[in-house]
Ligand binder design. Structure first.
Ligand SMILES: [Zn+2]
Length: 411
């Protein structure tokens, strides 16, 4: 096993700024130093950018199937519960997804994230739902969290109740994650009030959607230093509206961008970033700079998950969770916003490659990562595990040549 190596010739790009042409030394699972060279050097072509690997603040790893399931007849939902009913009655779920073992749904979901440069994701389900599957996945799913499904009287009763789960989060220094104010009925719109009255509104909170937030809710969430997960594609699809994101940013709320599952959200986090920017422009008539979007998929979700001393940046001591891209444009932040799956040159989790150009095949072997070769839109890549075999299994299970847009493997 190769323990120490360096990456050379990359421009480092993080929330902290841009460092042109630096060498980065990896020792075991961590970034040892910037500017240091090891005996084993991984060299890159000129002009490539290295970012922190991305974090996806919100997903449901048994729900990444396509096509989407949403409101019909040109109407939109009052709250999430109407979608839940449509999901359970959906032919896509009953005729197709039901034939795929849950373990394979988790694998598909992991690859949806991995192929978009995501190394860390939250699976918004109770621990007993995902614990059996997480160890077999090719990327990181956070395990240190407490949760509620939502905070209304009609929610799905996940976990041990808001107060018990929140207290546990405080005791263990975990995030307390919940959908919040995902709807416009009176109770949904009181989500922040419910948490406040229970004494559960503080910086452990990671609140997903928040489309019902009033200005006063935003003020209270900012004062509590809680985090918000913004999933614009899912919100627009189900409700034709998303949260008041500009007011949240102005108030200093820690906002991260999440995909939600593909049953309602974007195909992957790369697409979600672009959709978030387009949505912002449509809502406010101004640009949300790429420089401001990047932290929403790196440093901000790391802080929300209380992992900022482990991932989400490029600095000595952090895990070597890194994403190297072949840029389509010269500006390093714009290059991230423009990225497609096939632009990924190398994706590392704790110094071990998960996905990369075949030019880096040696690193997969040296770091003892079991991998296969695939072709992604004409580009030969190595990837941890066997996503092509997985897709073949899925096609056998559903009985036809199913296409999943987040896994665009050529065959
Ligand atoms: Zn969700």
């Amino acid at each position: 096993m190769l323990h120490t190596y360096s990456l050379s010739g990359l421009t480092m790009v993080s929330s902290a700024g841009v460092l042109p042409e630096r060498t980065l030394k990896v020792e075991n699972r961590r970034i040892r130093a910037l500017g240091d060279t090891a005996k084993h050097e991984v060299r890159f072509a000129a002009g490539l950018f290295c970012y922190p690997a991305l974090l996806n603040v919100h997903d449901h790893l048994r729900g990444n199937y396509l096509p989407r399931i949403g409101p019909t007849n040109g109407a939109y939902y009052l709250n999430w519960s109407y979608w839940e009913n449509d999901l359970r009655a959906s032919a896509v779920v009953l005729d197709e997804r039901a034939n795929i073992p849950v373990e394979q749904m988790y694998q598909l979901s992991a690859y949806k994230n991995l192929f978009s440069g995501v190394v860390t994701v939250n699976d918004h389900f109770p621990h007993e739902f995902n614990e059996p599957f997480i160890p077999g996945l090719p990327m990181r799913v956070i395990r240190d969290y407490t949760l509620a499904h939502e905070c209304s009287s009609f929610d799905l009763k996940w976990g041990d109740g808001i107060q018990v789960e929140h207290r546990r989060a405080v005791e263990r220094n975990h995030p307390f994650i919940t959908h919040l104010e995902e709807g416009f009925d009176a109770e949904s719109q009181d989500g922040v009030g419910i948490l406040e009255r229970l004494g559960c509104l503080d910086d452990h909170g990671v609140f997903i959607h928040c489309i019902g937030f009033s200005d006063e809710d935003i003020r209270r969430v900012a004062a509590a230093r809680a985090s918000v997960g913004w999933c614009p594609a899912s919100n627009l699809f189900m409700f034709n509206v998303t949260c008041k994101v500009r007011k949240m940013l102005e108030a200093g709320v820690n906002v991260s961008i999440g995909t939600d599952s593909t049953h309602t959200g974007s195909v992957n986090l790369l697409e979600e970033m672009r959709l978030a920017r387009a949505t912002y422009r449509r809502m406010y008539g101004e640009d949300l700079a790429a420089r401001r979007i990047m932290p929403m998929v790196t440093a901000n979700p790391a802080r929300a998950f209380r992992l900022q001393d482990r991932t989400g940046g490029i600095a000595a001591g952090l895990q070597a969770d890194l994403l190297v891209l072949r840029p389509r444009v010269a500006d390093p932040y714009e290059a991230l916003l423009a990225a497609q799956i096939e632009d990924i040159e190398l994706l590392l989790m704790e110094g071990t490659p998960l996905l990369g150009s075949v030019e880096h095949e040696e690193l997969f072997a040296l770091r003892e990562c079991p991998y296969t070769r695939v072709r992604v839109r004409g580009r030969a890549m190595c990837v941890k595990g066997d996503p092509a075999g997985l897709l073949a299994d899925v096609r056998r299970a559903v009985g036809f040549r199913k296409v999943l847009d987040y896994l665009p493997l050529d065959d």
